[in-house]
Write a protein that binds this ligand. Sequence first.
Ligand code: G1P
Length: 292
Amino acid sequence: MSFRIRKAVFPVAGLGTRFLPATKTVPKEMLPVIDKPLIQYAVDEAVEAGCDTMVFVTNRYKHSVADYFDKAYELEQKLEKAGKSELLSLIRDVLPPKVRAVFVTQAEALGLGHAVLCARPVVGDEPFAVLLADDLIWNRGPGALKQMADLAERESSSVIAVQDVPRDQTGSYGIVATREFSDHFGEITAIVEKPKPDVAPSNLAVVGRYVLSSRIFPLLENTQAGAGGEIQLTDAIAALLREDRVLGYRFQGRRFDCGSHIGLVEATIQYALDHEDLAGPARAYMLDALSR
Ligand code: G1P
C-alpha cells in the first residue's frame, strides 16, 4: 500500500480554556503569531507536504475557521478597487488553487480520538495526516510534516512526531517507548497518554503531527474513554501497534506549544526575529526591556 498522504485533518473543536477570555469568541487555532493565525501555519505545512484536501473538524461555535478559509468577496472587491494587489493575494492565498477545505462537525467534545474519527467519511481508506495547530513547528528547512510524509512513503509506515521533554512534564503528553533510533526514527513499541513521571515508559513525547494508516478508524471506533475521560487518539495508536509498524520520528525544527501562554510568547519572539521588517525593532526592544 502506498503511504502518500493527500488529506490533512485539523481538529479545531477544543475549548481553548487556557486563552480565555480571548477564546470566548475566537477558537485558539485562530490566535495569531505576528500576522497569521495558527491554523494557517498548519495548513501551509500540510500543503507543503503534498496535501490537497484540508479537513477541519469543528464544532457549531467555531464558524470563524470556516469564515477564514471562505472567499471574502467584499474585502476582495475593496482591495481590488484600491489597487492593493499585495494585500489581495495575501487573503486569496490562504488556500492555494486546487486545495480544498472540507468541514466536518464534531457534535460533542469527546476527545481528540473522537475528533479524528469524525473525519473518516472524508478521509476514507487512505493514509492521512493529523495536525494539531497549537503545536507550531518552526524550521528553516522543510516543514515537520513534509519530513514525516517523506519518511512514511519511504518506509510504508505510519509516523508520529516525537521530541524529548523533561521527565516532570510527561503528564502533559502522549509518551512512547521505542526500539533504538537510527537516522532520527525508531519503531514505537508502546504509547500511553499523559502518564505520571514515575510510570512513564520514557521522556519521549508525542508532538501534534501524525501520518496514520486508515486502519486507525476501526480501532478508534472501539476505543473507550481513557485519560481525562476522553476518547484518546493515543489509545487507538496503542491498538494499531499490535497490527502495524508505527515509527516515532524526531523531526528537525523547533516546536512551540502555542496552547500555553509562554509558548505563544516564545513563538511570537522567534517569528519576529525571523521577520524581514520586525527583526531589527524586535531585537532592539528586547534588549531595552531586558536592561530595565
Ligand atoms: C494531545 C495528545 C497528546 C500529545 C499532545 C501534543 O494532547 O493527546 O498525546 O502529546 O496533543 O501537543 P493535548 O495537548 O491536546 O492535551
